[in-house]
Design a protein around this ligand. Structure first.
Ligand code: ADP
Ligand code: MG
Length: 348
């Protein structure tokens, strides 16, 4: 009997202690009774000709610094304007032993040039430079100049054996259309190795998401409105994906009332005028999304949708110059248009 009473008291004390603990934990975690999000670590810096912001939840304490250092290392290898980069060494000498990252990216970029039927062409650099996009000394080259430069544009002429690359005389490469996508993939892999399960990597117009938001919901990525610098067109909800936009509004100049932008049609050597104002691609791989956002912009709406129907390994938002918006079927439930526009959904 006594023992039973003692036992009962001990139980009651344990219960009271549990209640007290529960109350203090609830106070700590807020009124909603859910686990609080860990505080994010965040850094903003300039790299690869744009502004980057990395927001990382959890993981090892050096994860953010390591990620930033990785981007800066890649920039030093891949920049077409830095005379000390791998790419510049190759362009100058016509042949070069590349670092593993540069060789890896060049090999995969050449496959993507092939896959997109040459809409992406990494040998476009002599043309991009002639228009002044690398220096800012913009000019509209004459037809003869462009015809001569176009003779040097042909990705099938690039040789890559092991880590050694070579180019025909006069040819030069530019990995600008794919470098940020590759960097996004590299950062996501590095952060996962360091135990990060949730991160938002904003590499200029390339957004790379690791996992979902700390509360388990999808990241909401805004898609810019090509016709309005301040506004956005809509929001795409994703987890574990890269969302990359290319558009004529990003970098351009105007002459005699005509706008010339930095995405070139390798067939003409002039800015691609396909009727599209911007292309946003959502895919598992940042490299693929980056390559495709540029290539689909060059192809135009119909060819872009044909490409999607033939591959089905990405989703896209296509904004035409007339303002109409098309999303591929896989985004039907996850893309929300912000204004009063009409949205059409492309079916397989
Ligand atoms: P951004 O770098 O502004 O995000 P993109 O990913 O579309 O935009 O890449 C555009 C850059 O790629 C240009 O600045 C140029 O250096 C290069 N480029 C332009 N046209 C092509 C093309 N058709 N194929 C490969 N690279 C291109
Ligand atoms: Mg691109």
């Amino acid at each position: 009997m006594r023992r039973a009473l003692k036992k009962g008291r001990a139980k009651a004390r344990a219960f009271a202690a549990f209640l007290a603990l529960f109350a203090s934990l609830s106070a700590l975690f807020g009124a909603f009774g859910c686990t609080p999000a860990p505080a994010p670590a965040k850094t903003t810096f300039a790299a690869m000709d744009t502004v980057m912001t990395l927001t990382v939840y959890g993981g090892e304490s050096d994860a953010l610094d390591a990620a930033k250092a990785r981007v800066l290392d890649l920039e030093a290898l891949l920049s077409v304007t830095d005379p000390d980069s791998d790419v510049s060494a190759l362009n100058r000498a016509g042949t070069a032993a590349l670092s593993p990252d540069t060789a890896d990216l060049l090999g995969r970029a050449l496959e993507l040039c092939e896959r997109t039927g040459g809409a992406l062409d990494v040998t476009i650099y002599p043309v991009v430079r002639a228009w002044g996009f690398t220096t800012g000394d913009y000019t509209v080259p004459d037809g003869d100049t462009l015809a001569a430069l176009l003779e040097k544009v042909d990705y099938t002429e690039v040789r890559l054996e092991g880590d050694t690359a070579s180019l025909p005389a006069g040819a030069e490469i530019d990995l600008g259309a794919v470098a940020k996508g590759y960097a996004g993939d590299a950062l996501a892999a590095l952060l996962r190795e360091k135990g990060v399960e949730s991160a938002l990597l904003e590499l200029g117009g390339n957004i790379h998401t690791v996992g979902s938001k700390p509360d388990g919901s999808d990241w909401r990525v805004a898609v810019r409105d090509p016709a309005d610098k301040e506004g956005y067109l809509g929001v795409v909800s994703v987890s574990n994906k890269a969302v990359v936009t290319s558009g004529g509004y990003e970098r351009y100049f105007e002459q005699d009332g005509v706008r010339y932008w930095h995405i070139m049609d390798p067939r003409t050597g002039a800015p691609a005028r396909s009727g599209l104002a911007s292309v946003t691609v959502a895919a598992d791989s940042g490299l693929y999304a980056d390559a495709l956002s540029t290539a689909l912009f060059v192809m135009g709406r119909e060819a872009a949708l044909d490409y999607w129907r033939a591959h089905r390994d990405f989703e896209a938002v296509l904004v035409s110059e007339d303002g109409s918006v098309t999303v591929t079927a896989g985004l039907e439930g996850s893309f929300t248009l912000s204004g009063a526009r009409t949205l059409s959904v492309a079916r397989p």
